[in-house]
Ligand binder design. Structure first.
Ligand SMILES: Cc1cc2nc3c(=O)[nH]c(=O)nc-3n(C[C@H](O)[C@H](O)[C@H](O)COP(=O)(O)OP(=O)(O)OC[C@H]3O[C@@H](n4cnc5c(N)ncnc54)[C@H](O)[C@@H]3O)c2cc1C
Length: 253
């Protein structure tokens, strides 16, 4: 039975990045409008039961289809089934989007430098923001920092370069920094809070966090979010509340 809250969409494509990571695109119904950074609630039928999870939208708000980037959790109630997704399969899509990890939440400071810090699939909402021209128009500097465990989990690298070419101009000040935590030979391989504490992240970016100018978004692993938040607070940065402050976060579990 279809709940009134959902529409049934079709899978259009599936892309596998690694054994435990894949992306997929589904049809987008006309009524489904969202702001870059928001998430959808999507579902699949497992033994006739609808299992639903929150998924950030990778697509830009202007795309004709909806794209998602997923982990596979061994024995996960949702992803152990979702991982077998094929073209033409059905996905339940809740009719309204959710979430406040959007750039519109910032009133003060006014936009100047934007730091997008993700672990794993927490990259998804930032890809959506980076495919929105307003983001590039509003910020002088944009730093995308993407932390994974192993090199083969570094998805979307070519797409990020493509986004830079499409949306960035030569002087936009866009920097993409990857961190590979289980590869000591990677240029950056420590956890994000450590890289903030020891100054290596700012050194790699060539820019400093600044309570007067920085908007900083954290997304993904809750431990990373918590520890990074604390490291940033030590530097005088504040949580964004009612529009005011530097840091906005989304925990994935
Ligand atoms: C606002 C929001 C947005 C989300 N967006 C995404 C997204 O874009 N892509 C995505 O893959 N997941 C996303 N998630 C997580 C997602 O909702 C599910 O938790 C995930 O699909 C696993 O579902 P499951 O039933 O298989 O396992 P669950 O029973 O839900 O989770 C089991 C355990 O797996 C681990 N886990 C869960 N999600 C992840 C993850 N993404 N990466 C690494 N470990 C994880 C945690 O340890 C968790 O306790 C989001 C969650 C929230 C709250």
């Amino acid at each position: 039975m279809t709940s009134e809250k959902f529409t049934i969409e079709k899978v259009l494509s599936v892309h596998r990045w690694a054994e435990n990571l894949f992306s997929f695109k589904i049809t987008r119904p006309n009524h489904f409008k969202f702001t870059a950074g928001q998430f959808a609630r999507i579902g699949i039928k497992v033994n006739d039961e609808l299992v639903v999870r929150a998924y950030s939208l990778v697509s830009s708000p202007y795309d004709e289809t909806l794209e998602f980037f997923s982990i596979v959790v061994p024995n996960g109630a949702f992803t152990s089934h979702l991982q077998h997704l094929k073209i033409e399969d059905e996905i339940y899509l809740e009719k309204i989007p959710y979430g406040f990890l959007t750039l519109a939440r910032y009133q003060e400071p006014i936009p100047q430098d934007l730091w997008l810090l993700a672990t794993g699939t927490g990259l998804a909402p930032f890809l959506s923001m980076l495919q929105d021209f307003d983001t590039w128009k509003n910020y002088k500097n944009i730093f995308l920092v993407y932390s994974v465990r192993t090199l083969n989990e570094l998805a979307y690298v070519n797409e990020i370069e493509q986004i830079r070419q499409t949306f960035g101009e030569d002087d936009t000040g866009f920097k993409f920094i990857s961190v590979v935590t289980r590869d000591p030979s990677a240029m950056l391989h420590q956890r994000l809070p450590v890289l903030i504490e020891n100054g290596n992240l700012e050194q790699a970016v060539g820019y400093q966090f600044n309570p007067q100018t920085s908007h900083i978004m954290l997304c993904g692993n809750p431990q990373m979010v918590e520890d990074t938040k604390e490291a940033l607070k030590q530097r005088g940065l504040t949580m964004n509340r009612r529009g005011v402050g530097n840091i906005a976060v989304e925990n994935y579990w």
